[in-house]
Design a protein around this ligand. Structure first.
Ligand code: GTP
Ligand code: MG
Length: 239
């Protein structure tokens, strides 16, 4: 019992102490390893079974950036063909994006441009990291270790074309996973602190208007009974 009680308190305390709150989304075709990457980072584990994500999964994580506590929401969803495109709310107020492809399946690399176009429709400015996953798979490890650099760079030119950072990772053996997520969190925090993103400003403005309206309505409600009373007292009495 005492244990159950302690949990929400701990969470509240984290929220109370947190300096910042960021949202990081993950995009890419089905089975590129989006969920496995999160699993590796958050649980430091990897279960190789094939399980596609059916609905949205939200992982909450607490990180420390420059001595400050940051609450991170990682959003994971299925990149399957059955979802022609992501719902707008998936992108809403995201501060960074991790865009994943599978080094063993060319089609997942070709589809990056579709994902990227959609991302930029909703979030024109947020930092985006391109991730080449599954480098533990034998043929690619071989390709990378024999250092046929020209060939590797040519085949993964997408990131260069859009000036995006490219990370070679493996959810299976953990290569570069911590670095990827730590950098994504750092970029998200820095974006949130420094961005002059037009859409963010519009959204903030709308929120302020809503808050103002709510406050005004509350004030009006408070004033109403007085007005009614005033009306009754001042009604002209027949002389
Ligand atoms: N060898 C290897 N296999 C991986 C790696 N990452 C993921 N996989 C495998 O790839 C398959 C798909 O991984 P998921 O993480 O479920 O892929 P996803 O992108 O979340 O797929 P959806 O939820 O359908 O969008 C699983 O069978 C994993 O075991 C990796 O780094 N190396
Ligand atoms: Mg998944």
């Amino acid at each position: 019992m005492a244990r159950d009680k302690a949990k929400p308190c701990e969470l509240d305390q984290e929220k109370y102490d947190a300096d910042d709150n960021v949202k990081i989304i993950c995009l890419g075709d089905s089975a590129v390893g989006k969920s496995k990457l999160m699993e590796r980072f958050l649980m430091d584990g990897f279960q190789p079974q094939q399980l596609s994500t059916y609905a949205l999964t939200l992982y909450k994580h607490t990180a420390t950036v420059d001595g400050k506590t940051v609450l991170v929401d990682f959003w994971d969803t299925a990149g399957q063909e059955r979802f022609q495109r992501m719902h707008a709310s998936y992108y809403h107020k995201a501060h960074a994006c991790i865009l994943v492809f599978d080094v063993q399946r060319k089609i997942t690399y070709r589809n990056l441009s579709t994902w990227y176009t959609e991302l930029r429709e909703f979030r024109p400015e947020i930092p985006c990291i391109v991730v080449a996953n599954k480098i533990d798979d034998r043929p690619v490890s071989y390709l990378l270790s024999t250092a046929d650099r020209k060939m590797t760079q040519k085949s993964f030119n997408f990131a260069k074309k859009f000036s995006l950072p490219l990370y070679f990772v493996s959810a299976a053996d953990g290569t570069n996973v911590v670095k990827l997520f730590s950098d994504a969190i750092r970029l998200a925090v820095s974006y949130k602190q420094n961005s002059r993103d037009f859409m963010d400003e519009v959204l903030q403005e709308l929120e302020n208007i809503d808050l103002k309206r709510e406050e005004e309505e509350e004030e009006e409600e408070e004033e109403m009974p007085d007005k009614a009373q005033l009306g009754r007292h001042q009604s002209p009495t027949p002389s």
